[in-house]
Design a protein around this ligand. Sequence first.
Ligand code: FES
Length: 182
Amino acid sequence: MGPATSPQGGPLTRRGFVLRLLAGVGGVLAAALVVPAAGFAAGPAIAGRLRWPFLGGSVPPTPRATGWRAIGPVGDFELGVPKLVPVTLPVKVEGAVEPTQVAVYVVEQDQADAVILDIHCTHMGCPVAWSDGAKRYLCPCHGGAFTATGDPVAGPPPRPMDRYQTQVTDQQVWMGPLIEPA
Ligand code: FES
């Protein structure tokens, strides 16, 4: 089988692959919801291409980003109900930093507390989607499921969804750096 190619027909570099993986909330979730079979096939390939260090059981979330950013006023969120929020982060891939749109789930706990979750499954990195009916984040790749606050409850995910540091001040939800998995 030949190397992967970009939409323009050229070789798909690792950097391009990562940016494509992260780009576009709609595209990410469409992939998660519409093509589970493709996601199943792509999971191991994605892990292999990025050389994530926890192959075989657990992968880290998106490339690391630092700093704090306002996510929205607390009134934008419903208590206990995950909301998908697009966030533009400076993502460093192979030495270059580019503003890249990613998605997070924000779950308001109360007027002074919230949880912000990376959307990638901790099994092999597929994007999960919140199901109002199941009251779970569902992973299309291998049947993983998580509670609203990211605890694994079904399937192979070995640990909770990854969280960003969070603060609620002056009625505003703030998102900080990722919390490194234990
Ligand atoms: Fe395997 Fe989510 S990637 S269950």
